[in-house]
Each structure stands twice: as structure tokens, then as C-alpha cells.
Design a protein around this ligand. Structure first.
Ligand code: IPE
Ligand code: IPE
Ligand code: MG
Length: 244
């Protein structure tokens, strides 16, 4: 049977800066407004019984932005963790941060640990925040883990398969994204989940992230439902499988 509802939605939340610029506001105003959208989308995904929602919040490359914006984003991340985690917990949402995180402040790291511990046993929506994340970083950290196993004599290079490699990636315990959404009219991956997006369906909207509402999520879900996912098979093979 063709799954009609995605298990895992991965979103590149883009357009906060342009949303603010249009209104002659500082870029941070767009990021604050974007946080409101995060709350709306998390709620909508939980209500729609989506299993996993991954949100790209800060990329490995975003450190290159002007320092005041980087600091502003770190502050916003910290206050969001401090203010919103109770609400997530009440709604049975499990939250996890994925990314390098080695450049985060001790205070931020502490809040991340607390939030993850508090929500670890929740059984509802799994909310993954990709922060200081890059698809290339993920692949390299997996390669490093494997190389270490070889170095320690625990395994040999010829044991490496796609499945084994995938098991070393962050989020290895989660299904790969079925649906990718990017807002703001950009049509690129920007170093998001490079390995895991191999067979994901891509949905783009010109709307800036702060303007995203549940209608856009509904549009993305109906786009997804209309796709035939073939994974290299023919359309006829997929139809036969669905009718079997
Ligand atoms: C996305 O919005 C949020 C982050 C990357 C943190 P942008 O800040 O990239 O917004 P634009 O692309 O400049 O409009
Ligand atoms: C990607 O958006 C990263 C996040 C949404 C966190 P960017 O706005 O940084 O991507 P580019 O630079 O336009 O490709
Ligand atoms: Mg952007």
C-alpha cells in the first residue's frame, strides 16, 4: 500500500530575513515571528499524527552570518528552549537536537540536555531540531565512527554497506523523510539531510516562513498524497504492489 500520510516531514524554514526586510524591520524580527510559525506547525503536525518532524533551524554555514544575527539566533534558541519545553512535554512531544553543537554556550547545551531528558519518554510527535547541522557534517561524523572501528581492529573496511553506513548517521533510528518542504521560493537543499533525502518528495512554496499557516501544511500533505513513489520501479509495478 502506498503510504498517503508522510511519516517524516523535514522542513527548511526559510525567508525570515526577507519577511522582515519587506516590513522595514530588523532581520531578528523575522526570526521572532518565525518562532511563532514553528509553534503552529508543530501543533498541526502533532494533530495530523505525523511521526517525525525535523526542522532546520541553524546550518553549519549560518555561523558565517553577521555576529549580531548569530548571537540573536542563539539567544532566541535558548529562550525558546526555556519557555516552550513544558508545553511540548504536556503535549507528549519528544524533542531532540541534532547537530555538531560544539560551538554552543554551556548554558545552551545545558538547556538542550534538560529538554531532551524531560521529553525523552514521550510517545507522541518526535520533534527534531537540526541546529549547527549540515548534511556533510553528518556524513563525515559517520565516516569517522566507522574509521575508528577499523582502527581499533573491531571491523574491516570491506564490511561497510549502505545499511551499516546509514546506521552510523544521526537520526539513524528514524524513518528517512518522506516529504521535504522549503519555504521562501528557494529550491535547494542547502546542506540539509543529504543522505536521507535520496528518495524524499520535494514541496516548495514561495511563502516566507513567518507567513506559513496550516493551509500550507495541508497543501503540502495533499501534494504528497498525489505522488507515486517508485524507488526505481516502474509505475505499473507499484500499482500491482498496491493492488496485491
Ligand atoms: C531562515 O531564514 C532562518 C535561518 C537560516 C536561521 P533566513 O534568515 O535565511 O531568511 P532569508 O533567507 O534571509 O530571507
Ligand atoms: C538554510 O537556509 C538553513 C536554515 C533554514 C536553517 P539558508 O537561508 O541559510 O540557506 P541559503 O544560504 O540561502 O542556501
Ligand atoms: Mg535564507
Amino acid at each position: 500500500m502506498q503510504p498517503k500520510l508522510p511519516k517524516h516531514i523535514a522542513i527548511v524554514m526559510d525567508g525570515n530575513g526577507r519577511w522582515a526586510k519587506q516590513r522595514h524591520l530588523p532581520r531578528m524580527a523575522g526570526h521572532y515571528e518565525g518562532l511563532k510559525t514553528v509553534k503552529r506547525v508543530v501543533r498541526a503536525c502533532a494533530e495530523a499524527n505525523i511521526e517525525v518532524l525535523t526542522l532546520f533551524a541553524f546550518s553549519s554555514e549560518n555561523w558565517q552570518r553577521p555576529l549580531p544575527e548569530v548571537k540573536g539566533l542563539m539567544g532566541l534558541f535558548l529562550s525558546a528552549l526555556q519557555n516552550e519545553v513544558e508545553e511540548l512535554h504536556k503535549n507528549n512531544i519528544q524533542m531532540r537536537i541534532v547537530g555538531d553543537c560544539s560551538r554552543f554556550s554551556p548554558e545552551l547545551l545545558n538547556s538542550i540536555t534538560k529538554a531532551q531528558q524531560l521529553t525523552a519518554n514521550n510517545t507522541g510527535l518526535k520533534l527534531i531540531i537540526a541546529a549547527d547541522y549540515g548534511g556533510r557534517w553528518d556524513i563525515v561524523q559517520a565516516a569517522r565512527k566507522f574509521a575508528q572501528q577499523v582502527e581499533q581492529g573491531k571491523t574491516t573496511a570491506d564490511t561497510l554497506t549502505q545499511e551499516l553506513f546509514a546506521s552510523l548517521l544521526e537520526m539513524a533510528d528514524l524513518p528517512e523523510p518522506d516529504l521535504f518542504i522549503r519555504t521562501s521560493g528557494e529550491r535547494r537543499i542547502s546542506n540539509f539531510m543529504l543522505w536521507q533525502l535520496a528518495y524524499t518528495e520535494f514541496y516548495f512554496t514561495d511563502i516566507f516562513w513567518p507567513d506559513v499557516d496550516s493551509k500550507i501544511l495541508a497543501d503540502a500533505l495533499s501534494f504528497y498524497a498525489s505522488r507515486q513513489r517508485r524507488f526505481g520501479h516502474t509505475g505499473e509495478q507499484i500499482e500491482q504492489l498496491a493492488n496485491a
